[in-house]
Design a protein around this ligand. Structure first.
Ligand code: BGC
Length: 414
């Protein structure tokens, strides 16, 4: 098998707007983080002050040798009140796209990454009948200003999980539990919103347009029956998005671990949402999220996406590990990228590897404890400190090949 990556392959890193920008005060997540009694550990606050420091971060990523950067635009800033669009905020995001081009970096732009404007939350959020048309209008207005500078456009990040986390499990806004009517409405509206939003964006850009899905590698052991664990429910929603994606230009694959199901049900740690507030210290070899260390999951996720979409191009738009051991992150990337090479050798059209994440950032309800970044961020001064893993991925990006495999190269160090 070849140890190289194809010409034109995109190597880079990803961030989500709310997780790095800071001060996203007009959003539903800001409201949720400050509400009494939720599972949130701490508010996002200034995050990484990326809103002001994006140019420095794009230059850093480019200086490391990477050629793609995935980031998001924030609906709550662009449409601060229903129907009122901010030219100043759209100009801000335009400057970010222009900065990418100045640094020869392909901008992979996410239109929606978990957060909603607070006014839309008040209207009923994803469960509101108005959601698809409001998302379509937002995509149209944003793409009209940004479209010609976009490298790749992602409509909605991980829509497959939003209904569960917001309406069944109560870990995301609006914080409902067991609201099956709300959850079904949210799924239906998110599917429709992707369809309408993708068409609205396409009208203003030649860039490929698609959706990015969290696709865990679900593995059934002997004697196991498909059931209703939360990831199996998400997986069935994924089937619906992948069916829609057959008409798209690519599918975004995002994966972090595998999910094993035995005859008695789930056998994987880190997916029991009732134990949401646990601290995972990695002493058992797992990750700070409590997930099993299993970088090979990326291969399973890519193959599933390829089969289920009838073979549309695949972009790996997120893959990574929350760990305080940076050599473990390097070993994880090495093993995951070998899966990408194996998939390419099988004839699968994989076009990118975007690592989650460029920066240590706000991990939603978990706050700042899990560190997913190639670059550490001083929480007081916002100074950036690249870790060895940042240099490692930059070198792979520049040489388009992986280091020769040593016997212990893909085993974790902690
Ligand atoms: C999300 C990110 C998140 C990451 C790590 C993905 O599900 O898109 O926002 O930070 O996983 O948990």
């Amino acid at each position: 098998m070849s140890n190289t990556f194809p010409e034109g392959f995109l190597f880079g890193a990803a961030v989500g707007a709310h997780q790095v920008e800071g001060g996203n005060t007009n959003s539903d997540w800001w409201w949720w983080e400050h509400r009494e009694g939720t599972v949130c550990r701490e508010p996002s606050g200034d995050a990484c002050d990326f809103y002001n420091r994006y140019e420095e971060d794009i230059a850093l990523l480019a200086g490391l040798g990477m050629n793609a950067f995935r980031f998001g635009i924030e609906w709550a800033r662009i449409e601060p009140a229903e129907g009122e669009f901010s030219h100043a905020q759209l100009d801000h995001y335009r400057r970010m796209l222009d900065a990418c081009h100045r640094h020869s970096v392909v901008p992979v732009l996410t239109f929606h990454h978990f957060t909603l404007p607070k006014w839309l939350h008040d209207l009923g959020g994803f469960a509101s009948d108005q959601f698809p048309a409001l998302f379509e209008r937002y995509c149209d207005r944003a793409a009209a200003v940004l479209g010609d500078a976009i490298g790749v456009a992602c409509t909605i990040n991980e829509p497959q999980g939003l209904a569960q986390s917001g309406y069944l499990l109560g870990i995301n806004p609006p914080g409902h539990t067991d609201d099956h009517v709300g959850a079904q409405a949210a799924v239906d509206h998110l599917l429709e919103a992707h369809r309408l939003g993708a068409a609205a964006i396409r009208a203003h850009t030649h860039a490929p347009v698609g959706v990015t899905l969290a696709i865990p590698d679900i593995q059934y052991e002997d004697g196991a029956q498909p059931g209703n664990t939360s990831l199996e429910i998400e997986s069935r929603v994924n089937d619906q998005f992948m069916e829609l994606a057959r008409k798209d230009d690519f599918i975004g694959v995002q994966t972090y671990t595998r999910f094993r199901i035995g005859p008695e049900g789930s056998r994987s740690p880190g997916h029991d949402w009732s134990d949401w507030t646990r601290e995972a210290d990695e002493t058992d070899g797992s990750t700070q999220m409590g997930y099993e260390y299993y970088p090979q999951a990326l291969g399973g996720a890519i193959r599933r996406a390829w089969r289920s979409t009838g073979g549309i191009p695949i972009l790996v738009t997120e893959n990574g590990i929350a760990t305080s051991f940076d050599d473990k992150r390097i070993a994880f990337m090495d093993a995951a990228l070998r899966e990408v090479q194996a998939c390419i050798a099988e004839g699968i059209d994989v076009r990118s590897y975007l690592h989650w994440s460029l920066l240590d950032n706000f991990e939603w309800a978990f706050g700042y404890a899990p560190t997913f970044g190639l670059v550490a961020v001083d929480r007081r001064t916002f100074e950036r400190h690249p870790k060895p893993s940042a240099g490692w991925l930059g070198a792979v990006a520049q040489t388009k090949r992986l280091p020769e495999l040593e016997p212990s190269a893909s085993s974790p160090s902690a």
